[in-house]
Structure formats: C-alpha cells, structure tokens
Design a protein around this ligand. Structure first.
Ligand code: MIC
Ligand code: SF4
Length: 642
C-alpha cells in the first residue's frame, strides 16, 4: 500500500520511535515559530537549556498577541523577545507586521517541511503542504535546540473534496462543515488530509482557512497537497524556489474517507459557545447583531479582505453594528491600501484595527453586555471575547459583511449582490523589512538580552514520586478549554511571563476561588470530563496549575497539546478506566494513589477516595515516564544535555 501525504513527510523526518498508529514517533523539525504570548516562556526555557544558537533551518519569533501595551509589561516582553532572538539565531517579526500564521504562510512556510509553533493554529501552514503542529513552548524550545518533537502517531482521515464552492459559500463554510461532522473532539489523535478534485478550486489562503480550523477539531495537524496552485502562490510571494510538488500515493490508506461536495454547501455559522455548534446561517435569519469583526489567523488574508472590501464598497454598516477589520499582515494592509480597497472598508464605517490577533483573544474590541458578535475567527469559547455574557458566532467574511450591512444575521446569498470576482495578485508586495535577522554567530556574544521586571522565573517542576496524596481542589465538566484554565484577554495576557501573577486568575471562568484553595491545599488534583484542555497550546494552562501545586489531572479524556504540556510540566494526566467513575468523586475529597511508578509503567493505577477504589489508566511512553520522574521536560532535557 502507498503512503498518504502525512506519512510521506513523517517518514522523511523520522529520527526515532515508530510510525505505527499510536506509537511515539520522534520527528526532526525544520522550522519553529513562536508568538509573544507563549514566546517569552519558550525563550526563557530555551535559555535555561543553555544552548547558544538554534539548530533549525528557520526559527521565527512573532509579536502579534500582546500588542496593546497598556503598561510597560508588553513592551518589555517585546524587547526581551527581540534581543533573545537576535542573540540566538532567530528571526524577529516586529509588532505590527502581522499574525504569525498569516505571515508564516506568506513568507516562510515550505511544502514538505516540518514546523512546530507555540500556538495551536500552527497547522495553518498545512495550506502550503507543510506538516505543522501546535505545541507547548517547551517543546518548541527543545526543537529550537535541535531536539526531536514527539507525537503519538496519528490516524489519518482523508477529506475528499468534490465540485466547487458556489457564490458566497467559502472555505470558512468548509471548516464549519467538517466541525459539524467531526465535532471539537473528532480530530483528536488524527491528521486531516484534504484531497480530491475540489482541492484544485481552492487557493492557498482558502486552504489555510481550512487547515487553520483543524485546531478546533482537536486534530494533530491538517494538510493539503502541494500543487500548481501552491506554486503560483509561492511565485507571487517571490519564492517559487521553495516549491515542491507533493501528494498522497493513489493507493494510500486512510482510517476513514469523508466526502464533501463543495457545490452542495451553504453558508454556515457556529453558535455560542463552541466552534462545532454549527447550523445554516439561514436558520438564524433576523437575529439582531451588535458587533462584527473580520480578521484573525483564520480569515485575514488579502483574499478575505478584498472580498470584504468589495461587499462594503459604496454601502454603509448598519448604525446598530460596530464593525472592525484587522488585516492579517502588513503585506495585506499595504496592498489593501495601494489598491484603494482600504478606503472602501473605511468609508463603509468599519474601524481599522492593527494587524494582530486583537479581538480574537480579547485584546480590545470586546462586545457590549450580552452583545451578539459575528466574527470570522476560529474560537467562540465563553468569555474569550472579554465580555462574559457576549454571544459570539463564527462566520465567513461574506456572512459577516452581509450581517454588518443589515444589522441582523444574514445569509449573504439573500442580498441579491453580484457574485464577487476577487483574484489573488500575480505578485504580492514583498517587503520583509519588519522581519529582523538574527546577529551573525560571531557577533551574538555581544548582544545583551533585555529583561523587564515583569519577567519572573519559570516554576520548577517536581519529580513525580511513588505515592501521591492530594486534595481534589476542583472538579469541572466536559470540554474545559485552556481559556477556562488560564484565561487570556487584555487584563491577564500582559502577565504571560509572570506566573505568580497569572496564578490569581487560574480557572477564573469556572471558579474564582480555586487559586486560594489550591494554595491552601499545598498539593492538589483537578478532575475533568471529556476533551479536557482543548483549544490553545498555552503551556501556562499547565505551568500555572504546577505553580499552584497541582500534581495530577484526572479526566475522561484529554486534548493532545494540553496533555503533552501537562507531562512537560511534570503533572500527570490520568484517565478514568470507567468514565462513569467521574461521578464518584467530590470536590474537597482527599485522594491517594500508591505505587505511582509501577502504575506509569503498567498503564494502570488505583485511586483511593474515602474508601472507594477507582481504576485509572495512562499510556505514557518510556520517554514521558522519564520526563515525569525528572519533574518535567526542562529538568529532563538539562539532565540529558549534561
Ligand atoms: C489562542 O488562539 O487561543 C491563542 C491565544 O493563540 C493560543 C496561544 C496562547 O494562548 O498564547 C493558541 O491558540 O495556542
Ligand atoms: Fe491569534 Fe486568534 Fe489566531 Fe490565536 S486564534 S493566533 S489569538 S488570531
């Protein structure tokens, strides 16, 4: 049997382990990216490893999340990242240059290469045929140092695309359709490989909208083939030399094949508060809209912005709607400005925000109380927008603009507008002056790393002992996101390099008394339901609980990146052997697990809770057991390097 595309790239990068489904595979990583909200931690960790210079083909540090600078904290972090990047061989994309995934697609992604990034939407680069993974900062730090990245060898689902999208139906609707089919858990342990004749009808930015939202499926990665459309995109970016054709073998095997007929799709919308809560836009017709936002790493390409501008041209946003547009990169913004499309957006009454994540992560532009916000983004988790009771819906740029114009949720097809004829340019405006090169090796020693007072030490991991005795300090339900565990937003995000300060907000969305209780307990355990830790790659969702004394999380199931981050922090992710046992546990109980070390090896442990015995399971690889016993990946790597 031939190989699918994912297997081909994995095979070419395998440096250890095995490609058998479920086994641990160690991959050589060609490129890394970081963004500032996770980057400070990643570079502190990289520094702690004592390696002088990155050993990747290309590592890029982006500043795109924390750009509000409402105090000294963000600016200090930017200077830290800029100087640490210059010293250690990392390219630095200045604030204002754009969202990491958009800029990486435009300027750095290479088909057939591997990329890991300290951001869950790193698989956006799969739109170019790159095999890209979201990871915790520590995994990225290790990869920068030349270490392998470990994945549990995923199953591969093929999505076969047929036909072509009809007017006003978009790549975003394809993302929402696959979420409707697979749900936010459906991609866990899987790579989603897109293929079929319909692929040829999708441009690279459209493919990237689709691979971007593979993160919402919980998928390990998502990937498109690299074909003539990829070549044309790279050529238009002035880097045709990076092109390699790539496709699956015709007889490749897949776990499952899902067929989507593009011509049968209609505009879709994800309702509050989960990206898989998908219905046709038409079914919500007439719902009043308060706010509309176009942007984020899902829908901020030049293509998306030109479509939005064409629909807004000569029209006015409804008086009841507050609308923002955040182009994904400086390339997008300058090209919009050069061709006059920016004026069409502004004249229609939209507010122009910076080329950054902005409202997507609650950094400004929060909706009004109980407001309805339509966003072209990828996540609509409760509270993420910064307004606790806001109702956030996820849509395409076309649906967003149609709704902004009418003031209510509107299927763009009902406005009798002429079909859009937006094409990508043959040549993008290439200006990399906002990407600063690192110092050459011979000058690196002269570069001083600048640290502000907000940068605090990384919490030290503790070796996992043979017996755990701890209090169950928090019991939460299903689909707990990292936004629940470690919220972001304008109030909290500036403290991403200050774990003690961040700890005040841990689990704030679920129970604001948790930090106090955990501190009082000393050592504690958190209990969760299915898909615990879904969403972002932020390792703060592990490091902050570590700081608060959490030693294990017991859940019905875990999201991939978060489970890896817990292990990296030296916290055990354990699973109920029988999910119904979740009901037997009560917050406040004293828990005990004996013979932890034997249990990690055998995959079974027994939890004692007030005389009840509850079987738990785990499937740690020998490497993960060593990491847990060392008290986390940082200690483990230090020991290995020594
Ligand atoms: C997100 O979209 O949730 C973020 C903010 O980009 C995170 C990273 C972070 O928390 O800094 C992600 O997706 O990994
Ligand atoms: Fe930024 Fe939002 Fe994309 Fe995360 S999902 S990288 S916050 S734009």
């Amino acid at each position: 049997m031939g190989l699918n595309l994912a297997q081909k790239i994995i095979k070419a990068h395998l440096v250890g382990g095995s490609m058998e489904t479920g086994a641990e595979a160690a991959l050589r990583i060609d490129q890394t990216l970081t963004q500032d909200a996770t980057g400070t931690m990643a570079y502190l960790e990289f520094e702690a490893m004592g390696i002088d210079r990155v050993r990747t083909e290309r590592s890029v540090a982006y500043i795109d999340h924390n750009t509000l600078q409402s105090g000294f904290e963000n600016a200090d972090d930017h200077r830290y990242i800029q100087s640490v990047a210059e010293k250690h061989g990392i390219w630095f994309s200045r604030p204002g240059n754009g969202i990491c995934h958009q800029v990486h697609l435009e300027r750095f992604g290479v088909p057939g290469k591997t990329l890991i990034g300290s951001d869950s939407h790193t698989p956006t680069a799969g739109g170019l045929g790159m095999l890209a993974f979201g990871a915790g900062g520590l995994d990225v730090a290790v990869a920068m140092g030349g270490g392998a990245y470990y994945i549990n060898m995923p199953r591969v689902i093929r999505v076969e695309l047929r036909g072509a999208l009809r007017p006003f139906v978009t790549a975003k609707d394809v993302s929402l359709e696959i979420l409707r089919i697979l749900t936010v858990k459906g991609g866990v342990g899987r790579i989603i490989e897109w293929g079929g004749e319909g692929v040829r009808t999708l441009s690279v930015p459209e493919r990237a909208t689709i691979t971007n939202m593979g993160a919402e499926l919980g998928a390990t990665s998502s990937i498109f083939p690299s074909d003539e459309i990829t070549r044309a995109f790279l050529k238009a970016q002035g880097r045709e030399r990076d092109y390699t054709p790539l496709e699956a073998d015709p007889d490749a095997g897949y776990e499952r094949v899902i067929t989507i007929d593009l011509s049968a799709l209609e505009p879709l919308i994800a309702c509050p508060h989960m990206p898989d809560n998908v219905v046709p836009v038409a079914s919500l017709r007439g719902t009043k809209v308060d706010q509309v936002c176009i942007g984020s790493c899902t829908n901020s390409s030049l293509y998306d912005m030109l479509k939005a501008a064409a629909l807004l041209k000569g029209r006015t946003v409804a008086p009841s709607v507050s609308m923002s547009v955040s182009p994904g990169s400086r390339q997008v913004l300058t090209m919009l400005s050069d061709c006059g499309a920016l004026s069409d957006i502004l004249s229609a009454g939209a507010r122009l925000l910076e080329c950054a994540c902005g409202p997507c992560i609650g950094m400004g532009f929060s909706p009004n109380s109980a407001g309805v916000s339509l966003r072209t983004f990828n996540r609509n988790f409760e509270g993420r927008s910064g307004t606790r009771d806001a109702k956030v819906y996820l849509v395409s740029p076309e649906t967003a603009v149609a709704s902004a114009l009418t003031g209510e949720i509107t299927d763009p097809r009902t406005l009798s507008l002429a079909a859009l004829d937006v094409r990508l340019p043959e040549r993008f405006r290439v200006d990399d002056s906002a990407v600063l090169p690192p110092a050459p090796p011979e000058r690196a020693a002269d570069v001083t790393v600048l640290r502000g007072p907000n940068i605090k030490a990384i919490p030290e991991g503790k070796p996992v002992g043979d017996e755990l005795e701890a209090e169950l300090t928090l019991k939460v339900g299903d689909n707990i996101t990292t936004d629940h565990i470690m919220p972001a937003g304008a109030r909290i995000l500036p403290y991403r390099s200050n774990v003690p300060k961040l700890s005040q907000y841990c689990f704030e969305v679920c129970d604001s008394s948790f930090p106090e209780r955990a501190r009082a307990a000393g050592e504690s355990v958190v209990v969760g339901g299915v898909n615990y830790g879904q969403g972002s790659s932020r390792e703060h969702a592990a490091l902050v609980p570590l700081y608060l004394g959490v030693r294990a999380v017991i859940a019905k199931s875990f999201a991939r990146i978060h489970a890896a981050n817990l292990v990296n922090a030296g916290i055990m992710p354990l699973t109920f052997a029988n999910p119904d046992d979740y009901e037997k546990l009560t917050q406040g109980q004293k828990l005990r697990i004996r013979n932890v070390h034997r249990g990690m090896e055998s995959g079974c442990m027994t939890l004692e809770a007030d005389g009840t015995e509850i079987p738990l399971v785990c499937s740690f690889t020998p490497r993960q057991i060593a990491v847990l016993k060392a008290g986390g990946l940082l200690n483990y790597t230090r020991e290995e390097n020594a």
